[in-house]
Design a protein around this ligand. Sequence first.
Ligand SMILES: Nc1nc2c(ncn2[C@@H]2O[C@H](COP(=O)(O)OP(=O)(O)O)[C@@H](O)[C@H]2O)c(=O)[nH]1
Ligand SMILES: [Mg+2]
Length: 230
Amino acid sequence: MVEDNDQSYGRTANKNVLLKIVILGDGGVGKSCLMSRFISNHFDDHNFHTIGVEFMNKTIDVNGKQYTLQIWDTAGQERFKSLRTPFYRGTDICILAYAIDDRSSFNNIKTWLNEFLHYAGVKNGIEKFPFIVVGNKSDVSSKDREVSFDQLKYWCDENKISTYVETSAKTDSNVVEAFSLSVQRWADLEQKAEKELRMFHHPDTVTLHGSSAVSSFRTTCCSRFTSYDT
Ligand SMILES: Nc1nc2c(ncn2[C@@H]2O[C@H](COP(=O)(O)OP(=O)(O)O)[C@@H](O)[C@H]2O)c(=O)[nH]1
Ligand SMILES: [Mg+2]
């Protein structure tokens, strides 16, 4: 989706890309805390964050571009282990979260990944969808740590996910970075897909009678950008 901030002026200079992000993972890993740390820079140990909340928006700047992130929380339904299609529909970025002091939440990442692949209908392969794996609660003492950073890296390599990070919603470590990284990954994949599609359908340059003509037709991979191209 593209929001045009300058609609009232009839201009399209200020493109704002709206991205739907879902945060998946076992209950208790800190998904709601990550969301509220990111949205309002707030952490509350005793807050029951999730009830009734569907999604929240925040606009960030990544590489000089504005993105409005619509972040969906699970409303506590993760205890059913499946959130089903409506929750996932139209997702642009998927955050898979676990807690570094909870080995079983790390083991369950695979289940959440498979659940997402199934219900979100990801067809082009994991490596073409922007996933980020987030190991939250990096503030806990080393004696409580149950998952090392190397294990995170190894798991991501094995599962073809190139973006991963450890965060702490409590001490505000790497939280904004995690969201920015995921947007960067989205933008990289989008650019790649656009390029591939353009190469495939409309090679820019064709040679006509020995001279070169550049096609004025611009193809994009995604409806997000087409209607606002100038
Ligand atoms: N030490 C620590 N605790 C956290 C952190 N993030 C969340 N928590 C705690 O973990 C518990 C579950 O957090 P919550 O956001 O409700 O998890 P959710 O079920 O995944 O949404 C709460 O008691 C939080 O205070 C963190 O970064 N560090
Ligand atoms: Mg929650």
